[in-house]
Design a protein around this ligand. Structure first.
Ligand SMILES: [Zn+2]
Length: 325
């Protein structure tokens, strides 16, 4: 078995941060900007000048300004899933913020319906299952975020909280997860990336069983023990963590895995981070002592945490049980 043909489960992937470069070139041209693919890559991907999450987040401005029509959102979703299927991803959870696609008058409802349409078309055409996660944003109003929660209920998606973690504290978003719990909406929370234990503990207080990143639990034994005790899964994005300098020095992925914490492996943003999932797996094999068998195990162990039906979970479990490493 090679990293190419491991069946992969992706839990942490942003639609706007994973925009296909050819589509971006085409749409920029339609909007009056003539750039080469190489130039667009520079505009949409981080480089050595990225030193924190806030630098990293500047790369989302152009994709969000392009993804403002139904046609484009549908095509971006379809194209991303097509690409993931070609990388042997068997199940993906794609997340996006409906609030960020409204510049040209698109409603939040229409943005969600359109992404669902692209997803349904791609899952029919390719051998991949997919669930959607709606992101509430740290820089959005309470009213807007509560509307996103009700839309998650309406369209039966999961929820997330994203944005500048060190500027807008996690503890201030309890209202989102109180409402989500009341409505039985599953959720994950970005925490422990640009901020440390306080942010993680707030997310755990809100009852999350998954953390977007969460890697900074390594800085505090009590928080690490709590994650173990509460059996919380960490959605790890190694390359992105290096780019945002969430981690200085060696990434804790191996230590977290060895301590028995459930981890899933993700790219965060294929385009912004300029990486795909197979390259991310290769990097982990190169930089740690983890093996292909460990990577397969991470995928298998993540299945109970997926925001999907038991039927799909059983189907995925049987894929991994039949693997001969
Ligand atoms: Zn993320």
């Amino acid at each position: 078995m090679t990293t190419e043909n491991i069946p992969k489960i992706i839990l942490h992937l942003h639609l706007d941060g994973s925009l296909d470069l050819d589509l971006a070139v085409k749409w920029l041209h339609e909007d009056g900007y003539n750039y080469t693919k190489e130039q667009v890559k520079k505009l949409l991907s981080v480089d050595k000048d990225c030193h924190n999450l806030n630098d990293y987040l500047t790369k989302f401005t152009i994709p969000c300004s392009l993804l403002t029509t139904k046609e484009r959102l549908e095509e971006a979703t379809y194209t991303l899933l097509k690409k993931l299927a070609s990388e042997n991803v068997v199940y993906a959870e794609i997340r996006f913020a409906p609030l960020k696609h409204q510049a040209k008058g698109l409603t939040k409802d229409d943005a969600i319906k359109t992404v669902i349409k692209g997803k349904e078309k791609a899952t029919k055409d390719y051998n991949i299952d997919c669930s959607l996660i709606l992101c509430c944003m740290r820089d959005s109003s309470k009213e807007d975020n509560l509307q996103v929660v009700s839309l998650a209920k309406k369209y039966q998606t999961a929820l997330d909280l994203a944005g500048a973690e060190n500027i807008y504290k996690t503890k201030d978003f309890k209202y989102i997860f109180d409402y989500a719990k009341k409505e039985n909406i599953p959720y994950t929370i970005h925490a422990g990336e640009a901020s440390g234990k306080d942010s993680i503990n707030s997310a755990l207080d809100f009852g999350t069983k998954r953390l977007g990143h969460g890697i900074r639990c390594i800085e505090d034994k009590e928080t690490l023990d709590r994650i173990k005790k509460e059996k919380v899964l960490l959605e790890i994005c190694l390359t992105s963590n290096y780019q945002t300098e969430a981690i200085k020095g060696k990434h804790p992925i191996e230590e977290l895995y060895n301590q028995g914490i459930n981890i899933s492996i993700n790219t965060d943003n294929d385009t912004v981070s300029n990486i795909n999932i197979t390259e991310e797996y290769n990097r982990i094999l190169k930089e740690t002592n983890l093996t292909i068998k460990d990577l397969v195990k991470c995928n298998y162990n993540s299945i109970d945490y997926l925001f999907t039906s038991n039927e799909i979970k059983d189907k995925l479990k049987s894929i991994y049980k039949n693997i001969n490493i």
